[in-house]
Design a protein around this ligand. Structure first.
Ligand code: COA
Length: 283
């Protein structure tokens, strides 16, 4: 790590109307952003750095050049580490840490902006992000079966979390490629848009999220994602506890403010948008 400067990842912070939006760009375009061990180490540091960065309130994960991410680097992550168990273990830890452990419940909203190829291991971080918008002509595929491995790491688990079993098994066992439109149809991404609208649509979603109370967004995301694998009675208890925790953490008192604006001032209706936050709260 070099505090903001990384070998394989670029960070760009927006200002002006998009202040708070930070672009995290996988930056090995000549290798279609395939994930080398160094990229995994860099991404661990990037996510740790941005977690406490006051200028960052939302992340967009994308790729430099023609690809979003061509999966694990078959040379540097797999073949070259075949006989180096300690290095393999270190790289595998970093690979799982940033793409799932950290990203899935990251305390700030995350959007995957899929600008091109998305293969194999790239599915893990795609599914871990809260939102995904793809170019209609982006190309997706679980190619593992084509070259003699299975969608390992965490791909098969993330895949079956995100898709119905029929689609997950089809994609994993055929290895066939599909485009952004199909990714939208099977709900692997939220939406597919023409390539020349990709950035604009991503920014529009980011701006919408940046208007909301960040503490409420954090707690909501974690609650919705975690509650899926919890039995019903424990889920009810967990959600109640999570609501209490959110009220305690929410320094701007969103719950009381929203209710007062609706019930007392009659200045807004929650069914149609966020409550009014002061400039300081938004900063
Ligand atoms: N691992 C290592 N190197 C990779 C890579 C990967 N996953 N994906 C691409 N590259 C490298 C290529 O070896 C090539 O390197 P070179 O210039 O030194 O020869 C370079 O990136 C460009 O790749 P190329 O195949 O020429 O680009 P393309 O635009 O024609 O095709 C892909 C792009 C992504 C369709 C193709 O590279 C591909 O099929 N990659 C493998 C994807 C995959 O199976 N990933 C699963 C891994 S879990």
């Amino acid at each position: 790590m070099a505090n903001g400067s990384y070998e394989t990842v670029k960070i760009e912070r927006d200002s002006g109307p998009n202040a708070g939006l930070t672009w995290v760009i996988l930056n090995r375009p000549e290798k279609r952003n395939a994930m080398s061990p160094q990229l995994h180490f860099d991404m661990c540091d990037v996510l740790n750095e941005l977690e406490s960065d006051v200028q960052t309130r939302l992340l967009v994960l994308t790729g430099a050049g023609e690809a979003w991410c061509a999966g694990q680097d078959l040379k540097l992550y797999f073949r070259e580490l075949d006989n180096k168990p300690a290095e393999r273990a270190r790289a595998a830890w970093a690979s799982h840490y940033w793409r799932w452990q950290k990203l899935f419940t990251y305390p700030k909203p995350t959007i995957a902006m899929v600008n091109g190829f998305c293969f194999g291991g790239g599915f893990t971080q795609l599914i871990a992000c809260d939102f995904a918008i793809a170019a209609e002509d982006a190309k997706f595929g679980l190619s593992e079966v084509n070259w003699g491995i299975l969608p390992g790491g965490f791909v098969s688990k993330a895949l079956t979390d995100a898709l119905p079993l029929r689609d997950a098994v089809w994609l994993a066992m055929t290895g066939e490629t599909f485009d952004g439109k199909m990714a939208e149809k099977i709900r692997l991404v939220n939406k597919a848009v023409p390539r020349d609208k990709l950035r604009e649509e991503t920014i529009a979603l980011a701006q919408r999220l940046l208007k909301l109370n960040p503490e409420v967004l954090r707690a909501t995301k974690i609650a919705v994602k975690n509650v899926r694998s919890v039995p019903h009675e424990q889920a009810a208890d967990y959600l109640q506890a999570k609501s209490q925790e959110m009220r305690f953490q929410d320094k701007e008192g969103g719950r009381a403010k929203g209710m007062s604006q609706f019930l007392d001032d009659k200045s807004y209706r929650p069914g149609f948008g966020p409550y009014a936050r002061t400039a300081e709260q938004k900063a």
